[in-house]
Ligand binder design. Structure first.
Ligand code: 13P
Length: 250
């Protein structure tokens, strides 16, 4: 059985005061039956790890460089994220693909070094609205999956997040059928490439406007193993309700 994962991506939000949300969240879920992850901005990773120590909450980074060190002003490496005490990292988020022109090859190199460093790596995929309307969703997500996921992937070091770009921060969510179609497709592709053992053990998250009101329905969709949550992860009460919905779906 795949252990469910509720992951919060704070993006470029949060200062030291936001760590109170982490404390409240940890108190609300002392013994979770799912994995709970918060990915704060890089400036907060170290202090978030301290706040989350002795709690069930995991801490992750939002991106890493494909090299471990060197002349890359403003970037941080997988080793630095691990050294700060985090255990997960997100790579290939659509905002990075768009804002920083990251291509599949680059995302794959980042994922590879993150895995080599011992971080559980969340690789993000998802189509734009134009691509969905042109019925290219499976082509696009399939291409991102094969291009962005390294051969070193296992059920322990890889998590996939399907995040349709048009659903991120918009309040628009694909139908449950559309979510199911893409998750089933990703599962089949993973099984074909890595074999049934690994393919069935990789967790596939849905992301894009998940909130306390729609979470339960999304978590009932087969092959949805949790969520990658942006806006609704910033307030502990909302994220807590999403975690509760996830655990009720087990
Ligand atoms: P929202 O939940 O704010 O739509 O963001 C989703 C996301 O991009 C998580 O990585």
């Amino acid at each position: 059985m795949r252990r469910k994962l509720a992951a919060g991506n704070w993006k470029m939000n949060g200062t030291g005061a936001s760590l109170d949300e982490l404390t409240t969240l940890a108190r609300a879920h002392p013994t979770p039956t799912s994995d709970i992850l918060i990915c704060p901005p890089a400036t907060l990773i170290h202090s978030a790890v301290k706040v989350a120590s002795d709690t069930a909450i995991h801490i992750g980074g939002q991106d890493c460089h494909a090299d471990q060190k060197g002349a890359h002003t403003g970037d941080i490496s997988a080793e630095m994220i691990k050294d700060a005490g985090a255990t997960y990292v997100i790579v290939g988020h659509s905002e990075r693909r768009q804002d920083h022109n990251e291509q599949n090859e680059n995302v794959r190199a980042k994922a590879r070094i993150a895995m080599d460093t011992g971080l559980t790596t969340i690789v993000c995929l998802g189509e734009s609205l134009t691509e969905r309307e042109a019925a290219n969703t499976l082509d696009i997500t399939g291409g991102q999956l094969s291009g962005s996921v390294p051969d070193a992937a296992t059920g322990h070091n890889l998590v996939i997040a399907y995040e349709p770009i048009w659903a991120i921060g918009t309040g628009m969510v694909p139908s449950l059928g559309q979510i199911g179609e893409v998750h089933d497709f990703i599962r089949a592709r993973l099984e074909r490439r890595f074999g049934p053992g690994v393919g069935r053990s990789v967790r596939i998250l849905y992301g894009g406007s998940v909130n306390p009101g729609n979470a339960a329905d999304i978590f009932d969709v087969p092959n949805v193993d949790g969520a990658l949550v942006g806006g609704a992860s910033l307030k502990s009460a909302d994220f807590s309700a999403i975690i509760t919905a996830l655990e009720a779906s087990i």
